[in-house]
Write a protein that binds this ligand. Structure first.
Ligand SMILES: Cc1cc2nc3c(=O)[nH]c(=O)nc-3n(C[C@H](O)[C@H](O)[C@H](O)COP(=O)(O)OP(=O)(O)OC[C@H]3O[C@@H](n4cnc5c(N)ncnc54)[C@H](O)[C@@H]3O)c2cc1C
Length: 462
């Protein structure tokens, strides 16, 4: 494999995308070397790269053909909001930025958005809103791009009601490492044409193909919403309420778990105040419906369930600005914790086992004399446990804590990641916590798509 980018390659790439859409030179590529992975576990980037910004699927295809012919590694990059080092260039090669491909067209009658890969989540939410439609998923950072969200099969707070990215992707246009263009699905709600390669590409973390366009399902707007913050005096009580809510027949738009230390840290960083004086652990429940009376009936029923499970008096936010403030505090917890963080985990267990998982996490924390802050998507069984820096600890202790949490998740029928994926940082854990038959199969699939291993090498595959 080639060890450095020479000026002939840069000239050839310039002839495809235009000189103004190339970033080259060690001092100019700095912002393309990072993502949001916590620094202690982030991979060391390779600086010997050229950043290329195509404007069309044809240009992406020409770039990949060139890379394939010359065996140059290609690192697809979306918004750089990933948490496992997925888009970080780890070898000399091309960083492929899709940001110029950001067109969105909405087919109102079919309720489908045709979106280029570089459009951001923010762009899609806005475009859907203008068309009087709704894109429900909300993976935390709105600067994530559609290509990145699909490549990571992102989830987020609202997956509990209508699912994760893969449930919204109805069609895909993608370019294979050879430069061949693949078009799958479309404005369809059903498609049983052979093996579902489209869903294989969803969640493949830029290792099988470069996504250039997608057809995304939209929903009618839900005009009425309420955000409740329900306080409990312990993690355990809060989380034991979750299965009762899910069984009640009410499916909230979001059912999130947070706790006092992280939310107060986040609120004070934002200059805001957390609305609950009582309680240590909280459920944030968002209800959204077409009909206002129905919404309030659901709200009353939910409040009864929470009180039955020992909650303190909940806060019910009805005004848009109040609801937005609560969500803002929730969304910024990661940023608030980041300076003291070693890792953010996203183990996922069957939803009814979330209380058991967190009891075991608490035991692990106690045995190390540490606090493992946790928050996340309680309704999906997907909680983010954070391993924080401790004076005098070395990598072995952090690794040990991570492995023990992974083992508990697997014991409970769960997985090591429900959202963030494998990327660079979870490769060895994937190997350790997966069936060898599965590992062999994914290696062979990678070989079929990318025989020269040029597309996002060093990622996902152990
Ligand atoms: C504050 C915060 C909150 C978050 N909350 C959530 C959450 O609730 N749920 C959740 O699931 N995630 C969450 N994330 C993680 C992150 O936003 C998602 O993983 C997102 O999908 C990454 O998209 P991106 O465009 O930034 O991709 P990048 O970080 O740029 O890349 C991620 C991976 O996708 C690949 N990729 C990017 N674009 C393409 C493409 N066009 N074709 C093929 N491969 C591509 C890259 O090679 C890489 O492997 C959060 C992150 C932050 C910082």
């Amino acid at each position: 494999m080639r060890s450095s980018i020479d000026r002939f390659i840069v000239e050839e790439l310039s002839s495809i995308v235009g000189e103004e859409n190339i970033v080259f030179g060690l001092d100019r590529v700095e912002s393309y070397l990072l993502d949001e992975t916590p620094p202690p576990i982030r991979p060391e980037p390779c600086r010997d790269i050229v950043v290329v910004k195509p404007a069309s699927t044809e240009e992406v295809s020409a770039i990949l053909k060139l890379a394939s012919d010359r065996m140059i590694p290609v690192f697809p990059r979306g918004g750089g909001t990933g948490l496992v080092g997925g888009c970080i260039p780890t070898r000399s090669g091309i960083v492929l930025c899709l940001e110029r491909m950001n067109r969105i067209e909405i087919d109102i009658d079919n309720m489908i958005a045709e979106v280029e890969a570089g459009a951001t989540l923010h762009d899609l939410i806005e475009a859907a809103d203008k068309a009087d439609l709704f894109f429900p998923p909300h993976p935390g950072d709105e600067y994530a791009q559609i290509g990145g969200l699909i490549a990571c099969n992102a989830g987020g707070a609202r997956a509990v009601r209508t699912g994760v990215m893969r449930n919204y992707v109805r069609g895909i246009e993608a370019v294979l490492p050879t430069g061949d263009v693949l078009k799958l699905g479309g404005k369809l709600l059903k498609n049983n044409t052979g093996y579902d390669i489209m869903q294989l590409i969803v969640g493949s973390e830029g290792t099988l193909a470069v996504i250039t366009k997608a057809f995304i399902r939209l929903y009618p707007k839900l005009p009425f919403s309420i955000t409740m913050v329900v306080p409990f005096d312990s993690r355990s009580k809060a989380l034991k309420t979750v299965p009762a809510i899910m069984k009640s027949g009410i499916t909230p738009l979001a059912l999130e778990y947070v706790e006092r230390i992280p939310v107060e840290l986040s609120a004070s960083r934002l200059g805001l105040e957390w609305p609950c004086r009582d309680g240590e652990a909280f459920l944030i429940i968002i209800l959204a419906e077409q009909d206002e009376d129905y919404l309030y009936r659901l709200c009353e029923k939910l409040l009864d369930i929470c009180l039955e499970f020992g909650s303190f008096e909940p806060i019910v936010a009805e005004r848009r600005d109040e609801q937005d403030r609560i969500l803002k505090i929730r969304s910024e917890i990661y940023t608030a914790l980041k300076p003291g963080m070693v890792d953010i985990l996203d183990v996922t267990v069957p939803p009814a086992s979330i209380g058991l998982l967190m009891d075991r996490v608490e035991e692990i924390a106690r045995s190390y004399g540490t606090y493992l802050p946790a928050y996340g998507h309680a309704g999906d069984g997907n909680i983010h446990v954070h391993i924080m820096r401790e004076e005098g600890w070395d990598t072995r202790i952090y690794d040990d804590i991570r492995d023990r949490i992974y083992s508990v998740a697997l014991e409970l029928g769960g997985v090591i990641t429900g959202e963030h994926g494998i990327g660079f940082v979870r490769k060895s854990s994937l190997l350790r916590f997966s069936n060898p038959v599965y590992i062999d199969l994914i290696r062979r699939i990678k070989q079929i798509f990318d025989p020269n291993n040029i597309l996002n090498p060093d990622k996902l595959l152990p």
